[in-house]
Write a protein that binds this ligand. Structure first.
Ligand SMILES: Cc1cc2nc3c(=O)[nH]c(=O)nc-3n(C[C@H](O)[C@H](O)[C@H](O)COP(=O)(O)O)c2cc1C
Length: 189
């Protein structure tokens, strides 16, 4: 049982680092919540404990990207059933389309993942079920040259976390702590 704020801080850092690195980890696909009461699953790509920033990849044309823009309040919800742990993050998100961090993330993405940014914008209505991808790339990996137009649709969603709500389910009695700019405190679960 974790009984100090130092231990909880370290636990959060370790779990978010693992969440980004371990593709099959329970916390790899948190729920990202916008202020319009919409929520969606996204893949966590990186956690930087120094700047307390979560990094996601997204399509710059997606509705959430328009809503978030240069800065908007966001929630990010992580849950690990086996660990019996919920981490609720609150912070400020921003969409970044250009610059070295975006170029590096794009360069590190495999072509099959980059392919997602080659199709129609997310959320377009259609009279038939479809992926939105150009037909020649359905199930086919484009090459570097074919992927050139996809780059401008690729963006980072960076979320600077301002508060963590750490909640551990325990048979003897749950534990909950809030860590934010004002410090750390226990709260009843
Ligand atoms: C397992 C899973 C992983 C997903 N990962 C991402 C992701 O990393 N980035 C992303 O933009 N959308 C991802 N999506 C799709 C989003 O949940 C969402 O449907 C899409 O981004 C459109 O969201 P919006 O309409 O709120 O903009 C994922 C969906 C699932 C089911």
């Amino acid at each position: 049982m974790m009984e100090t704020f130092e231990a909880i801080r370290a636990d959060i850092d370790r779990r978010l680092t693992d969440a980004a690195e371990k593709r099959h980890g329970a916390m790899h696909t948190p729920v990202v919540v916008t202020a319009d009461a919409d929520a969606r699953v996204m893949v966590l790509r990186a956690w930087d404990p120094e700047s307390r920033t979560l990094r996601f990849h997204t399509d710059a044309r997606a509705p959430k990207a328009g809503l978030i823009g240069d800065g908007a309040p966001l929630g990010v919800l992580f849950y690990d059933r086996e660990a019996k742990l919920q981490i609720r993050c609150r912070g400020t998100g921003r969409i970044v389309r250009n610059g070295p961090a975006v170029d590096a993330a794009w360069a590190a993405s495999p072509n099959f993942a980059r392919r997602c940014y080659l199709g129609e914008a997310p959320g377009m209505e259609s009279g038939e079920p479809k992926s939105g991808l150009p037909p020649e790339f359905e199930g086919v990996e484009p090459d570097e040259e074919q992927l050139l137009p996809a780059r401008e649709n690729f963006a980072l969603l960076l979320v600077t976390v301002e508060s963590f709500d750490w909640f551990f389910l325990a048979h003897k009695g749950h534990r909950r702590a809030i860590l934010d700019r004002e410090g750390a405190r226990w709260v009843t679960p």
